[in-house]
Design a binder for this molecule. Structure first.
Ligand code: ADP
Length: 581
């Protein structure tokens, strides 16, 4: 569950530090921009009576000065906005990058529980919204607040009694804005949650579309999608309704206030406590308050929506992290690849034992096959070896060294996983093999040759530069497996962890993959989750797992001779293959 994260923008403030020079520059221009407002109000005070008296020369003089002040103000505004835009964009970039870094460190079990669409939404939309809120706060909210202070200060200077009456209205507006803000935040949170859920469903739908089609379940999926879309619309409608209500209500309160002030002002002029030029300036200043108040209202709502986004982003930080390395980790250079599990007890969730006092030894350079029914714990053995998880009891060793005492990244250079189906990022074939590692061209080709992939790669239109489409849809399953093998052997690992594909390839493709494997296995320890008879037959040792326990071990010939789990499995699982071959 993603829960109780920090939602205060104060947590974002340290991110502003590197941009302090730009911000200070922006603030300087902001002061110029704000100072122009009382100046303009004072000019309006001179202009309106002059118009009334028909003093054309004064009118032209005041208008010329006002034009100049406006020009200065707008130039200052442009400078301020551009100086603030850079840091705000940088912050959303930093937030995104930081969160992606955190995402890469989340414990895999926790990561599996997150929806990819949801995370995508958080790292794109939510991060953008936060950047916008920061920009708005610096570029709009702050000058609006300063404008309020400066203009109101000028009003107090003109007539403090009238200003006191004006001030009495302010808390009313503030309370209304505050109340709406809270409601908007809740509504916005709800609507963002709905978009995330929609993105999650969309992600699942795209991956699962072939299956949906195969089961003729389009109608069901469409209905589910429509339902989510409808829920999102209704949540968004709630937010918009609140916003729609807020503007007229706040506007009405403002209008009432202005009319009341006009009435009070008129009576003060009648009593001789204020002259008409002063009152004109006062009203001009008052009108100058409306715009910043309306901006502040909108920005306050956006801040609340931004807080909802911040909360959702920060919840990623609260996810459990991958086990970190111990400080005095032990290096292991050139391991031979001897693996041992000693009394390993492991469970993912409490109360469900997955590995139950598991002991196994795999000699360096040998081929060990793990067989057993689904859920027996075979993949868990891989995940413990790769240190994605850590046993609750017992140890796992590589060449006698407890892998818990090694540096995870170093351990993972000694072990290479060949998964059932390789995940490739869209990009060149060479990048799929390199996977971020920097090697010479010769080393890349050597790995590809070892994986029996070089020939088919150079026959592709762009050779190693051929772009792999998403999910590698432009190469065959057998070719993808050979790329997986090339990626694994590139780092020259001492141990290959091979998760044999369950789906059968056609005979020719199978032969190509088998050749690749035979070559890749040379001189390495191989642990294979075996689904094929040929694999178990060639293994030096077979471990038969059931319910997290090794129920039998030995070579194929030994095990088929004795009555037991292996013979049953063979009869059930491999019989079709043996008939077929
Ligand atoms: P196998 O590879 O033999 O099919 P696994 O090692 O994948 O078996 O699973 C062993 C047991 O652990 C199963 O009961 C499975 O449900 C459970 N399991 C596997 N992965 C997880 C996980 N990430 N979180 C919780 N339980 C898991």
């Amino acid at each position: 569950m993603l829960s109780k994260p920090e939602a205060s923008f104060i947590t974002v403030l340290p991110l502003l530090r590197p941009h302090i020079r730009q911000l200070v520059g922006g603030v300087l221009f902001m002061f110029i921009y704000v100072a122009c407002w009382p100046l303009l109000a004072s000019l309006a005070g001179q202009l309106i009576p002059a118009i009334g008296r028909g003093e054309l020369v004064t009118v032209i003089r005041v208008i010329s000065i006002a034009l100049f002040v406006f020009l200065v103000q707008k130039i200052a505004q442009f400078a301020q906005d551009t100086l603030f835009a850079g840091p705000s964009l940088r912050i959303s970039q930093d937030l995104r990058s930081d969160l992606f870094r955190q995402l890469q460190k989340i414990e895999l079990r926790a990561l599996e529980k997150l929806s990819s669409g949801d995370i995508t939404y958080r790292l794109t939309e939510d991060a953008d919204r936060i950047g916008e809120v920061i920009y708005k706060t610096i570029q709009d909210t702050t000058p609006c607040l300063l404008q309020l202070i400066a203009v109101f200060g000028y009003m107090v200077y003109l007539d403090w009694k009238l200003s006191l009456a004006t001030l009495l209205l302010a808390p009313l507006v503030a309370i209304m804005v505050g109340k709406f803000g809270e409601k908007v935040m809740i509504a916005a949170e709800n609507s963002q949650k709905k978009v995330s859920e929609l993105a999650g469903l969309l992600g699942e739908a795209i991956v699962g579309l072939p299956l949906v089609r195969a089961f003729a379940a389009e109608k069901w999926l469409q209905e589910r999608f429509d339902q989510e879309v409808d829920q999102h619309r209704s949540a968004r409608y709630q937010t918009l309704k609140l916003l729609a209500l807020q503007h007229p209500v706040v506007g009405f309160i403002e209008a009432t206030g202005i009319l009341a002030i006009l009435a009070i002002g008129a009576s003060r002029i009648q009593n001789g406590e204020l002259d008409s030029q002063g009152f004109s300036s006062y009203i001009a200043a008052l009108l100058m308050l409306i715009d910043p108040i309306s901006h502040l209202t909108t920005n306050f709502n956006e801040l609340k929506q931004g807080q909802a986004s911040l909360k959702r982003l920060n919840s990623i930080k609260n996810q459990p992290r991958e086990i970190s390395d111990i400080n005095d980790f032990k290096p292991l250079s050139n391991p031979k690849g001897r693996i041992e599990f000693k009394n390993v007890i492991f469970n993912y969730e409490r109360n469900t034992q997955v590995l139950n006092n598991l002991n196994l030894e795999i000699e360096a350079g040998s081929i060990a096959a793990l067989v057993g029914p689904s859920g027996a714990g075979k993949s868990t053995i891989f995940s413990l070896l790769l240190r994605f998880n850590r046993p609750q009891y017992g140890i796992v060793t590589l060449d006698g060294l407890n892998i818990a005492e090694m540096k995870a990244n170093e351990l993972r250079t000694h072990l290479a996983l060949v998964p059932q189906r390789l995940t490739v990022f869209s990009g060149k074939i060479s990048d799929a093999i390199l996977f971020g590692r920097k090697v010479t061209n010769e080393q890349l080709i050597k790995a590809a040759k070892l994986a029996n992939a070089h020939q088919f790669i150079i026959e592709l239109p762009e050779g190693y530069n051929t772009i792999l489409e998403e999910r590698a849809s432009n190469i065959s399953g057998g070719q993808l497996q050979r790329i997986a093998i090339a990626r694994a052997v590139l780092g020259n690992p001492s141990v290959l962890l091979l998760d044999e594909a369950t789906s059968a390839l056609d005979a020719e493709a199978e032969d190509e993959v088998q050749l690749a494997l035979r070559q890749a296995m040379q001189g390495r320890t191989v642990v294979v989750i075996a689904h094929r008879l040929s694999t178990v037959q060639s293994a030096d040792i077979i471990f038969v797992l059931d319910n997290g326990i090794i129920v039998q071990k030995g070579s194929h010939d030994e095990l088929v001779k004795s009555k037991g789990r292996y013979r049953e499995l063979c009869e059930r699982q491999f019989i079709r293959q043996s008939i077929g071959s």
